[in-house]
Design a protein around this ligand. Structure first.
Ligand code: AMP
Ligand code: MG
Length: 487
């Protein structure tokens, strides 16, 4: 069984995309294949193993039914608007309808230049391709909405960055590639007809229940996108994830995490931490992500104004909706914190308890992931290591007494709360020093550490004692705090 294409984006007018074929490469070779995802999409193991699939996912041949295009979009990059970005190194192979009827975009990243390449080579290096493979699949295993990685193929060719690197192509799967930047592209051109089509498409693909209803369709889409962003960013924050480059061209209206460049998970809980070498101001630091989410939604709202009404009337309709964001984010984030603490009541007492815990963790430079995991183990009666994560013992003991009282008094069944804690407080996250280590081995031709890390991160909530080295924070010699923008 192979992928079955039913391409709808190519049916839009030509100004939405450019038709372009991937550029063939000299020596395609599998680096990684995601068989579970393949099966979900209708690609069985035998077809996945075939030469034809390898060729197609390297850009050396076309799968039957694929109609490759590069999508047009704009974007605010670090706050500044760029009216024409587009897929400069990504090519959409088409829309696949899986056996369950679910539809996804299948895209090659690094498959050669497109009309949007702006002088770039359209290629990707092996390291960033495997980084996206690892981290996006780790996010999926954590239950965070994300694009997926179907395959990574080495090209056998070099790409030139600050030095010559091995090249690779990622096959990315997304419920769509519509971004805030897609809307901004047409808004900048005052193309209301295109915007109306994007609204229809967005509702159809991401909020089918809101397709029909009162008032302008654009408002219904806006509400759905806002809710998706609030949920997504709350999920990131609850696992200590820093996206790193929340530009509006990387802000998918599906509510999926899109674009894994300079992303990382916190080790020590330092809310001001950011990881991108080019983010000099720390715009995309951990603690700033909700604020940027709201900023991005404001840019999204601006694109919708002409569909909502004339002048002030449109602003009056969108502004109060936009203002809902912080409440919606806080709601999702507080619920997640409650679950992490083993509690079900979401009230001021919970907010106090969580705030004091996070404050102690900042002051004590506690490891974000291991501290919460230790709290789960403490609640489950499995371990006595919780206090070791805190620097100030009396303060911790005072907090622990308050937490214990809340935990014992919670009306919901204890076993259920403990199990929910386990599934909210992972043992394993994609620690940057381990990701970097796996990538540097892969660059030298040894995929073993990459494969081990990927397998462990597929079960982040399970204890895997033989792999505890992958759960540990970096030692000072491994203190790797920067990654570089995913080129
Ligand atoms: P990104 O940093 O991957 O989100 O990319 C931002 C923009 O730069 C997008 O329009 C990309 O298509 C484009 N871009 C990034 N790297 C390359 C490259 N190597 N060749 C061509 N375009 C690129
Ligand atoms: Mg991008």
């Amino acid at each position: 069984m192979a992928l079955s294409f039913d391409n709808r984006y190519v049916q839009l007018p030509g100004r939405f995309y450019e038709r372009v074929l991937p550029t063939p490469v000299s020596g395609p070779r599998w680096l990684a294949r995601n068989h579970d995802l393949g099966r979900e999409l209708g690609l069985d193991d035998e077809a996945f193993a075939s030469e034809a699939t390898l060729k197609a996912l390297a850009g050396n041949g076309l799968l039957p039914g694929s109609e490759p295009i590069a999508l047009a979009y704009a974007g605010h990059q670090f706050g500044g608007f760029v009216p024409r970005l587009g897929d400069g190194r990504a090519i959409l192979l088409g829309e696949v309808r899986g056996p369950s009827g679910a539809r996804v975009d299948v895209q090659l990243k690094g498959a050669g230049p497109t009309p949007f390449s702006r002088g770039g080579d359209g290629r990707a290096a092996l390291g960033p391709v495997l980084r996206e493979f690892l981290v996006s699949e780790a996010m999926h295993a954590l239950g965070v909405p994300t694009t997926r990685a179907l395959a990574a193929v080495a090209t056998g060719e070099r790409v030139y960055r600050d030095r010559a690197l091995a090249g690779a192509v990622l096959t990315r799967v997304a419920t769509s590639h519509l971004r805030v930047g897609t809307f901004a592209y047409f808004a900048a051109r005052r193309d209301d007809d295109a915007l109306a089509r994007l609204v229809d498409l967005g509702l159809e693909r991401h909020a089918p229940a809101a397709r029909h209803g009162d008032g302008p369709a654009a408002l219904r889409l806006f509400d759905a996108v806002l809710e998706g962003q609030a949920k997504l960013i709350a999920a990131w924050m609850s696992f200590g994830f820093v996206h790193g480059v929340m530009n509006t061209d990387n802000c998918a209206i599906s509510g999926e995490t899109l674009d894994y460049g300079p992303c990382a998970f916190l080790d020590d809980y330092i809310p001001s931490r950011h990881f991108s070498a080019i983010d000099h101001q720390g715009r995309y630091r951990y603690e700033n992500q909700p604020r940027i989410g709201s900023w991005n939604l404001a840019r999204f709202a601006e694109t919708l104004l002409p569909l909502v009404g004339e002048g002030d009337e449109a602003v009056k309709a969108l502004q109060p909706r936009l203002e809902q964001f912080s409440t919606r984010f806080e709601d999702h984030f507080t619920r997640r914190l409650a679950t992490k603490l083993g509690l079900t009541g979401v009230d001021d007492a919970l907010v106090d308890l969580a705030s004091e815990l996070l404050a102690m963790m900042t002051d004590g430079r506690s490891d974000f992931t291991l501290t919460f995991r230790a709290l789960y183990e403490h609640a489950a009666g499995l371990g006595a290591g919780l206090s070791a994560h805190f620097a100030d013992a009396p303060r911790f003991e005072a907090w622990q007494r308050r937490w214990r009282a809340a935990f014992d008094n919670d009306a919901a069944p204890r076993a259920e709360r403990v199990e929910a804690m386990r599934r909210a407080n992972p043992r394993f996250i994609a620690r940057n020093h381990r990701v970097e280590e796996a990538l540097s081995h892969a660059e030298e031709g040894n995929l073993g550490p990459f494969e081990r890390l990927a397998a462990v991160l597929a079960r982040p909530f399970d204890d895997q004692p033989e792999h505890d080295d992958l759960a540990a924070p970096p030692g000072s010699e491994q203190d790797e705090h920067r990654t570089f923008c995913g080129t």
